[in-house]
Design a protein around this ligand. Structure first.
Ligand code: HEM
Length: 198
C-alpha cells in the first residue's frame, strides 16, 4: 500500500491522540521506529497490523475507525493528486470520475508501484452516484469515509451509505453518495431499481 495512506494514518493518530500514542501503536504492531514517506510503498500487512492495534488501543470498532480515517485523509489525497482533478467538478463529479481520472492513471503510471482498487461509478441520478468496490483488501469502510471526506472537502452535504457489502456475502460492495436534493430513502430505491435493471 502506498505511503500516503500510512502517512495519513500517522497524522490521523497524532492529531486525534498524540505522537506518543503513534509510537506505542507502532511498537505494538511490530513496526517500531518505521518512518512512512508518501513516495514509497509498504506492505499491506503493516497497515492491517497498525489498524488492529489501534482498534485494541482505542476501543473504537474497526469499521468506524477505518471510515473516520478515510474521511480524514481526503484533503491529503486531493493536495497530492489535485493535478488530476478538474476545477469545474463538484464533489459528486469527482466521485464519478475517480476511477478514470485518478485510480486508472495511477495504476498505469510507471514512476511508482500504485495499486489503487478498481472501482466503478455510475451517476444513477443527478444527485446520486453509485460506486462499486470489490478490492481484495476489503476496505469498503475506508471507501465510505473517502466519500464523506469528499463531501466535506467540497462543502457539499453528502449522505453516504452502503447498499450491499462483500463482508455480508455480496459479490462486491455497493456504496452510494447522495446530494442533499434527494432523500436517501428515495436514493436507495433508485439504486435498487437501477441494479435490478442492469
Ligand atoms: C480524492 C480522490 C482520490 C484520490 C486522489 C485517490 C487516490 C488513491 C491512492 C493514491 C491510493 C493508494 C493506492 C496504493 O496503495 O497503491 C488509493 C487507495 C484507495 N482508494 Fe482512492 N483515491 C481517491 C478517491 C477514492 C474514492 C472516491 C474511493 C471509493 C469510494 C476510493 C477508494 C480507495 C480505497 C478503498 C483505497 C485503499 C486500497 C484498496 O482498497 O485496494 N478512492 N486511492
Amino acid at each position: 500500500m502506498h505511503g500516503i495512506l500510512f502517512k495519513g494514518l500517522k497524522d490521523f493518530v497524532v492529531e486525534t491522540y498524540d505522537r506518543a500514542t503513534w509510537r506505542q501503536l507502532q511498537e505494538a504492531a511490530g513496526v517500531g521506529g518505521r518512518r512512512y514517506v508518501p513516495v514509497s510503498a509498504y506492505p499491506d500487512e503493516e497497515l492491517v497490523a497498525l489498524v488492529e492495534v489501534a482498534v485494541d488501543h482505542t476501543g473504537i470498532e474497526q469499521s468506524e475507525l477505518l471510515r473516520t480515517f478515510g474521511r480524514y485523509v481526503v484533503p491529503t489525497l486531493v493536495d497530492m493528486y489535485g493535478i488530476f482533478i478538474d476545477d469545474a467538478w463538484t464533489g459528486l463529479d469527482l466521485i464519478e470520475n475517480v476511477e478514470g481520472a485518478i485510480h486508472h492513471v495511477l495504476r498505469n503510471s510507471d514512476s511508482l508501484k500504485y495499486e489503487p482498487p478498481e472501482i466503478s461509478a455510475t451517476r444513477v441520478d443527478t444527485d446520486i452516484v453509485l460506486v462499486t468496490y470489490g478490492s481484495r483488501r476489503g476496505l469498503c469502510a475506508v471507501a465510505l469515509g473517502l466519500l464523506e471526506g469528499i463531501g466535506d472537502y467540497y462543502d457539499e452535504p453528502l449522505e453516504v451509505f452502503e447498499h450491499r457489502c462483500r463482508h455480508e456475502g455480496a459479490s462486491s460492495c455497493e456504496l452510494v453518495a447522495v446530494g442533499d436534493g434527494t432523500n436517501p430513502l428515495q436514493a436507495n430505491r433508485l439504486v435498487h431499481d437501477h441494479l435490478e435493471a442492469t
